[in-house]
Each structure stands twice: as structure tokens, then as C-alpha cells.
Ligand binder design. Structure first.
Ligand code: GDP
Ligand code: MG
Length: 186
């Protein structure tokens, strides 16, 4: 295929959004999809598709907004099916919920184990609810350290306050997915 033909090819990215309950996975996803924050979200699992132009290329996002089962055996929170499906992962915790940070740690371990076997899908760790500074339990440094130690991206966001944060997270992950694909082609 000519270079121009390749440039015009549609980009597709399957993104799995993981994390404990109540950290803002749905809020972050819906923000990216609609630019809006509605406050309360149905607690059911959904896969959304979203067609947008990113840097001049038509891009189809499929975003799996997951639900962690109640009383989970945490490592089982991520299924084989999800791991196989995803081109990239967003792991969300709440900066005011330490338990949710440890869920992200465990889910990250599970993804890294799988990556050793057959994938190099990129991961972005997101500390959400940064508007709730007075209730902060996890410092930015702690979040960033976890990300650096496993070669993940890192952002703090407030799905409640801004659209921009969610946009940056999804676009950065898309860029990393494209980098992985390009390096696999070489
Ligand atoms: P999920 O269970 O991880 O999908 O979490 P939801 O998206 O349903 O959000 C859980 C609760 O946290 C809801 O009441 C949201 O309104 C609230 N929430 C989500 N994101 C933020 C945020 O950035 N800041 C604040 N203050 N609340 C948020
Ligand atoms: Mg949800």
C-alpha cells in the first residue's frame, strides 16, 4: 500500500478501563465521549464506540467501561477475555481512596504477567477526583512512582471538573498504542 493509502487507513483502538468501584471509571469515559459530567452513572458494564478524527486520522475507539465484581478475588477482576481484547489499558483509582490504589496495583500485576506472555499493550494509570484535595490519601509522587516503575503513563484528573483531563488520557493512550503497532511492524 502507498504511504498516502496507509495514512488514510482508519485507526482502531480497543481500550479497557479498569479499577475499583466508585473511582470514576464511568465518569471519565462519559466525559471523553460526551464532554459532560452528569454525576451519577448506571453501574452496568458497557462497551462504547466513538468515531473521531485524531491528528487528521479517522479513529474508532471501542471503550470497555468495566465493573469490578462485589467482593472480588481481586486478581480475577481482569478476565482473560478482557486481556485479550484490549489494545491498551486505563487503570483508575481515586486519590482519596487508598484501597482503590491497591486494586490498581493488583490489576497492574495481572496485566504485566500477561504482557510477558503475549502482548505489549500500553497502560496509563489515572488518579481521579483530584478536585477532592482535602481528602487526598495518595500523593501525586506515589502515583507517579508506581507508573514509572512499570513503564506506564500517569495523570491525575478530575472528571467532575474538566473535559481536558479525560481527553489527554485517551489521546495519550492512543498514541502509545500506535507507537507499539509501528514498532511491531519494523
Ligand atoms: P465507577 O464505579 O468507577 O464507574 O465510578 P463512577 O463514574 O460511577 O463515579 C462514582 C462516583 O464518584 C459518582 O458519584 C461520581 O459523581 C463521582 N465522581 C466521579 N469522578 C469524580 C471526580 O473527578 N471528582 C468528584 N468529586 N467526584 C467524582
Ligand atoms: Mg462505572
Amino acid at each position: 500500500m502507498s504511504e498516502i493509502g496507509q495514512q488514510q487507513q482508519k485507526v482502531e483502538a480497543n481500550i479497557l478501563v479498569l479499577g475499583a468501584e466508585n473511582v470514576g471509571k464511568s465518569a471519565l469515559t462519559v466525559r471523553f465521549l460526551t464532554r459532560r459530567f452528569i454525576g451519577e452513572y448506571v453501574g452496568t458494564e458497557s462497551i462504547y464506540t466513538h468515531n473521531v478524527n485524531v491528528d487528521g486520522r479517522e479513529t474508532l475507539f471501542s471503550i470497555w467501561d468495566s465493573v469490578c465484581p462485589q467482593n472480588p478475588n481481586l486478581s480475577n477482576c481482569v478476565t482473560e477475555e478482557q486481556l485479550r481484547w484490549a489494545d491498551g489499558f486505563i487503570l483508575v483509582y481515586s486519590i482519596c481512596d487508598r484501597e482503590s490504589f491497591s486494586v490498581v496495583r493488583q490489576q497492574l500485576q495481572r496485566i504485566l504477567q500477561m504482557k510477558k506472555r503475549h502482548s505489549s499493550a500500553p497502560v496509563i494509570i489515572v488518579g481521579n477526583k483530584r478536585d477532592l484535595q482535602h481528602r487526598r490519601e495518595i500523593s501525586s509522587e506515589e502515583g507517579r512512582l508506581l507508573a514509572i516503575s512499570s513503564d506506564c503513563g500517569f495523570f491525575e484528573t478530575s472528571a467532575a471538573e474538566t473535559y481536558h483531563g479525560s481527553l489527554v488520557v485517551f489521546h495519550q493512550l492512543l498514541e502509545s498504542i500506535r507507537e507499539v503497532r509501528n514498532s511491531n511492524k519494523k
